[in-house]
Design a protein around this ligand. Structure first.
Ligand code: MCA
Ligand code: AMP
Length: 508
């Protein structure tokens, strides 16, 4: 048996001397380097006791070595488990306990704090820093640059990505070799990536967008990337003439539009601008076309499904829509309650099925069952419609979710933290339109009788517990929360009441 995903990369791999990536600190990595160094890392993983199917939990800064580690995990038959660098120790403790990784890879600066947590769940800790330093790299540097890839079939797990649950704790979405292989192939073909492409990669690499949509597509096409460790809009504009494609969340495009240097001349070598992870406002789409002459291609996906729809490469890229189901993806709009069919054009639950869809939540068979229909369609929690021309529109969310700058925040998680504080009676966390992040996390709080708890107290208290991007940008105190006759908090009323909260704030 072969190694399903890595073999797919190998099949389209260009000559060893071809550039895979150039970093913002001037380092470059060829395809040949990638093969040799991921082989060394794969040997190191085996030496550290990693066996096929073992989870390797990774919380490291973005670097070429972090990508090599992902590839080494594939080659060694391990399950790559990337973690947002913003996660706190409390959050990490949960992930380690749930996933029971064999190995934890973390930044050298956090190792002293993380090692005890890792140890408590039976994992060994090694380090990898932002400049490619650390104990894992030391160990890898002593290994052979040849590695016999561990056999992995289409259904074997390649990665687990945690996605916050609407209730309770985060769930680990299990992604198989075939989920990732099929989606990368489809995207390469659909978006016409070839080895001549140069992608500006400025996304984090611990979520689907930066890791699978961007990196896997480049590897599958044998293309190159300008690998930016952070999103710096002025620098991105300066890189445009050297690139052919950019992938970003809507906040990227909003911030780039604030750059004076952004114009058709700067973008003249670019053939494709792609946006996803959150809704791209029609006004951003329009402003971009006016400034650069390019129509941004918007697509839609989810950690659990990889990419499900895309606007067309050749046809009309319609603002405010996410295009058509990708080849091999079945998508339907169903009655959110019973799952029955709806008339064409009606708003309902978006459900998808195909090789792109994950195999379930790690060790949560009941949650998995609850999110699939009997005929195998996955219930996305997104509401949408299909218009008369076949374009899919996202019309809202059936799930209580905030997307801020492309990061998902589940209000329930933030509310639980706030409600646990002394002096708080209850809270409702909502997303309010934000000019830069799309939605701003906003907490509406009812104090306990006699309490003088302040906004700073609340933000200070959640700080050590949940990642910074989940913190409320504003805390508003009220006497009571609006409720319907069933006693349920009316978040739509709150969103309406505070809709202009961030409007006057300057973006950027
Ligand atoms: C940073 N901050 C944020 C966010 N990012 N707050 C809310 N939402 C955010 N997304 C906080 C920082 O902690 C900081 O707080 C303050 O905002 C300003 O930081 P700044 O330096 O301006 O932020 P940044 O480093 O420029 O980050 C903004 C960003 C980043 C570049 C838009 O959030 C980002 O890279 N987003 C992409 C996320 C992504 O890849 N999502 C894909 C998920 P303070 O000032 O208080 O210290 S995959 C997915 O969704 C699906 C599958 C799909 O379809 O793709
Ligand atoms: P995640 O859980 O990080 O995988 O985020 C997936 C969610 O992001 C989806 O369920 C959608 O709600 C949202 N999403 C992704 N792409 C788009 C898009 N182009 N437009 C609107 N929402 C999107």
């Amino acid at each position: 048996m072969s190694n399903h995903l890595f073999d797919a990369f190998r099949a389209r791999m260009p000559a060893p001397g071809r550039l895979l990536m150039e970093t913002d600190d001037g380092r470059s990595l060829t395809y040949g380097d990638m093969l040799a160094r991921s082989a060394q890392l794969a040997h190191a993983l085996l030496q550290l006791g990693v066996e096929p199917g073992d989870r390797v939990a990774v919380q490291v800064e973005k670097s070429p070595e972090a990508v090599l580690l992902y590839l080494a995990c594939l080659r060694a038959g391990a399950v790559f488990l990337p973690l947002n660098t913003a996660y706190t120790l409390t959050e990490l403790g949960y992930f380690f306990g749930d996933a029971e990784p064999r190995l934890v890879v973390c930044d050298p600066q956090r190792a002293a704090d993380i090692e005890p947590l890792a140890q408590a769940s039976g994992a060994t800790t090694v380090t990898l820093g932002r400049n490619g330093e650390g104990s894992l790299i030391d160990q890898a540097s002593r290994q052979s640059a040849d590695f016999h890839d561990v056999a992995r079939g289409p259904d074997d797990l390649a990665a687990i990505l945690y996605t916050s649950g609407t209730t309770g704790r985060s769930k680990g979405a299990m992604l198989s070799h075939e989920n990732l292989t099929s989606n990368a192939r489809v995207l390469v073909d659909h978006w016409r990536f070839t080895s001549a492409d140069v992608l500006i990669h400025a996304l984090p690499i611990f979520h689907t967008h930066g890791l699978f949509v961007a990196t896997n597509v480049i590897l599958m096409a044998g293309a190159s990337m300008l690998f930016e460790t952070r999103f710096d809009p002025a620098r991105i504009v300066s890189l445009l003439p050297r690139a052919t494609a950019l992938m970003g969340v809507p906040t990227f495009y909003v911030r780039l539009l604030q750059q004076d240097g952004l114009n058709g001349q700067a973008a003249k070598n670019i053939r494709l601008f792609i946006s996803g992870s959150a809704p791209l406002l029609a006004e951003t789409h329009k402003a971009w076309r006016e400034r650069t002459g390019h129509s941004i291609l918007e697509r839609y996906g989810m950690t659990e499904t990889n990419m499900s729809t895309s606007n067309p490469y050749d046809g009309e890229r319609r603002a405010g829509t996410v295009g058509f189901p990708l080849p091999g993806v079945a998508l339907r709009i169903a009655d959110p309650d019973g799952g029955g069919p709806l008339a064409q054009g009606e708003v309902g639950m978006i459900e998808v099925k195909g090789a792109n869809v994950f195999s379930g939540y790690w060790r949560m068979p009941e949650k998995t069952r609850a999110e699939f229909r009997d005929d195998g369609f996955f219930i996305t929690g997104d509401l949408g419609l299909i218009d008369a021309d076949g374009y899919v529109h996202i019309a809202g969310r059936g799930k209580d979710l905030i997307i801020s700058g492309g990061y998902n925040i589940y209000p329930k998680e933030v509310e639980s933290e706030i409600d646990a504080l002394a002096g708080v009676s209850e809270s409702a966390v909502i997303g309010v339109t934000h000019p830069d992040f799309g939605e701003g996390v906003t907490a509406i709080v009812v104090r306990a009788p006699g309490s003088v708890v302040t906004a700073a107290d609340i933000v200070g208290a959640v700080a050590g517990r949940i990642a910074k991007y989940k913190h409320p940008k504003q805390v508003i105190f009220v006497d009571e929360l609006p409720r319907n006759t069933m006693g349920k908090v009316q978040k739509n009323v709150l969103r309406e009441t505070y809709r202009d909260l961030y409007v006057s704030q300057k973006a950027g």
